[in-house]
Design a binder for this molecule. Sequence first.
Ligand SMILES: [Zn+2]
Length: 312
Amino acid sequence: MRRLRPLARKLRRWTGRNRPAILLYHRVARIAHDPWALAVPPDLFAEQMEVLSRTRRVVPLTRLAEELERGRARANWIAITFDDGYADLLHEAVPAMQRFDCPATMFVTTGALGGAGFWWDRLSEAVFRPERLAAALALGAGRDRFTWEPAAGADRQQLHMALWRRLRRLRPGDREEELAAIERWAGIAPDRERDRAMTAEEVRGLARSGFFSIGAHSISHAPLPELNRFEKAAEIAGSRRACEEMLGQPVLGFAYPFGDLDPESCEEVRRAGFRFACSTMPEPVRADSPRYALPRLSVGAWSGDELLQRLP
Ligand SMILES: [Zn+2]
């Protein structure tokens, strides 16, 4: 296969498949229950970095954004981004990135730094425990009551999706209460070390390393279109302030939690002083891509060659 790669590269040039793109990762880890496909296993991630370094020009996102401001989208350029701020990157991603000289931007959820992790990991960990198939689950009260009865062929995916939608719109305090109830139902305690977010000190260390730049990803990872304008501004400008205080340097980029955005959110991102923002619209970057909704391609647990096939 290796001998064929230069040929594949030429072929891509002839067919014009070398369009610039921003890649989106979340975590680099081996996770048993990963319903949103957030994790790329470390060995595949290393393959992906090797292939990217050999076939593309991997540039910092700020560099790509600067070129866009000049109206240019450079062929062959790739920018790598990570959302949320998972600590697993430190041991599982950074060594491969350094080895293959691949810089990246990490968008951190500032309210999660130093915390036990993210609610969606705790939820999937609880729901996909097969030994709990026998127990019924009840949450909330009155019109807001949620019940689930185990039955033959009960669909865990469906239960997971229903609970995910429910928890996503709850305020942090209510969500914590319901998560705790779900974990009691599942008979588990969250794996706080495995799923944790980075500490502020770890983020500062990455920023100091020089090949990671830091962007903001809101304070609480709330879906912004569901908030009023004041709440949006607080999440957006507040996360910029928190990042800048933590790092002592300007923070230029924002990424929308869940990729959810509306015109008001984009406007608040601009008003907060960010220079650009990333969505999850799965497209290559074009010279006229909206600066406050840059498209990104989500990368899955693919081999290096598969990633190459999927790149635009
Ligand atoms: Zn996120």
